[in-house]
Unconditional design. Structure first.
Length: 246
């Protein structure tokens, strides 16, 4: 499993979330493939299982890559994220894989947009229509968004998981973590100065599963005995780019 992970993670440029039954999504997916053909795009196990017949000719980096868990036991985090964020397991799976593969999430269409928006801690909005050049630039910037914060975010998640298991997390600790991660996001949001405006349509959501996980664990709404140190790799701050249908 790890050998496949190592081969994929270097060249992956996004993890996909979509519903092919939604009108316009398949056309938008084709648009993405044609204009960004040198970008490998990750498909999670559940999505691949659901749409295998449609996607099978485009696997092995043409441009889709089947994503795998790099180590056994990581799949246990899916249910935990799902409960913490109150989202379907399919959505929690793509969030986890986006974090594991250190790659932005690409949300195509509106089927799952509410799940993403309801859990965002910051939104980048745009007021102008973006051309292909601008899309390429800001998809690349999103790569740096998740990468540059990754080590600090994951170390924080590891620290919190260990403290939760030892029952040493108090409300002031939660507040400290929340403030720290929000400040990190506010600083990162400045990268998008070329397109960012106060009022407009959403372009990018920042999702932080760790914050709601901590809050529910402290309130006794999550079984902390199920938490594992390995889950920390699934709990970074994720940039989720919204790609509307035509």
């Amino acid at each position: 499993m790890f050998t496949k992970y190592a081969a994929i993670v270097k060249n992956l440029r996004g993890v996909l979330l979509f519903n092919l039954e939604e009108k316009g999504v398949e056309d938008r997916l084709d648009w993405l493939i044609k204009r960004f053909k040198y970008r490998n795009l990750g498909i999670t196990p559940t999505l691949l299982s659901k749409y295998h017949e449609t996607l099978k000719d485009r696997l092995e980096g043409k441009p889709f890559r089947k994503l795998v868990y790099p180590i056994s036991g990581l799949d246990g985090v899916i249910e935990i994220i799902s409960k913490a964020l109150n989202i379907p397991p399919l959505v929690s799976e793509v969030l986890a894989f986006s974090s594991i593969y250190i790659s932005p999430l690409l949300v195509i269409g509106d089927t799952f947009r509410e799940n993403i928006e309801n859990n965002s801690i910051e939104i980048i909005k745009i007021c102008k229509k973006m051309d292909v050049k601008s899309w390429k630039l800001h998809l690349r910037i999103a790569d740096y968004t998740i990468l540059d914060m990754y080590e600090e975010n994951v170390n924080e998640a590891l620290e919190i998981i260990n403290k939760l298991k030892m029952k040493k997390v108090e409300i002031n600790e939660v507040e400290r973590i929340v403030k720290s991660r929000i400040a990190r996001v506010k600083k990162d949001a400045k990268r998008y100065w070329r397109i960012k405006c106060d009022k407009g349509k959403p372009f990018l959501y920042y999702i932080d599963p760790l914050v709601k996980l901590i809050l529910k664990a402290v309130r006794g709404e999550l079984d902390i005995n199920r938490l594992s140190e390995e889950y920390a790799v699934s709990l970074t701050i994720i940039p989720a780019i919204y790609i509307p249908v035509f």
